[in-house]
Design a protein around this ligand. Structure first.
Ligand code: CO
Length: 213
């Protein structure tokens, strides 16, 4: 069976199960979505936002890329972020990384893979900025996993540095940004306790006042 036929067959099974448990489910989602969460995660096939959190279609607005990066010149990310914050008015933005992330592992090792090395360069910056802490780990796997955590924390900050998020806070919009990490070995999410709901803990150089204020 072709993979696409298998996926369609699985889809039909899923639709029947959904209709059995809630005959109005699809009707309710037909014209609108009101997700409260924007999820910025890794493209890794093991870290599907809705599957690992047990959430339903309509619950999470999602952006995924290699190594859950928030790059301030990435129009794709910025468009998702602006739409989520300004129009969907999500209440929470989660940056979710994961241990054993191939992107982080590739950034850690210095063997060229191609174009993607440029995408991964900001992770090398995270390593460089935290070299002292990271070199204290004897075990390389633990060191890389700590780099995965530090990368999430940096990407949380990068979300907070955007004018999109800062303008929402200026308007008094309820919006928190937080970092989670997923353990592919046991399926558990861990809160990295990197939470921001204002510019209070953002270094002033990154806080840019809007022209109206
Ligand atoms: Co990954």
């Amino acid at each position: 069976m072709r993979i696409v036929d298998k996926l369609i067959e699985k889809n039909r099974d899923w639709v029947s199960k959904m209709n059995e448990s809630n005959p109005n489910f699809f009707d309710g989602l037909k014209n609108q979505q009101h997700p409260e969460v924007l999820w910025i995660g890794c493209s890794d096939s093991r870290v599907s936002s809705n599957v690992i959190t047990g959430m339903m279609p309509g619950d999470i607005f999602v952006h995924r890329n290699v190594a859950n990066m928030v790059v301030s010149t990435d129009f794709n990310l910025l468009s998702v972020l602006q739409y989520a914050v300004d129009y969907l008015q999500v209440k929470c933005i989660i940056v979710c990384g994961h241990y054993n992330c191939g992107g982080v592992i590739a950034a850690y090792h210095s063997r060229q893979l191609g174009l993607i090395d440029n995408w991964l360069n900001p992770i090398r910056d995270v390593y460089f900025m935290n070299k002292k802490e990271l070199s204290s780990f004897e075990d390389e796997g633990e060191r890389i996993n700590r780099l995965c955590e530090l990368n999430v924390k940096q990407q949380v900050h990068n979300v907070c540095h955007t004018t999109i998020v800062q303008n929402a806070w200026d308007r008094g919009q309820e919006l928190s940004i937080c970092g989670l990490i997923y353990d592919v070995a046991n399926g558990l999410l861990k809160d990295l306790k990197e939470v921001h709901n204002s510019t209070r803990n953002i270094p002033s150089i990154y806080v840019v006042d809007s022209p109206e204020t």
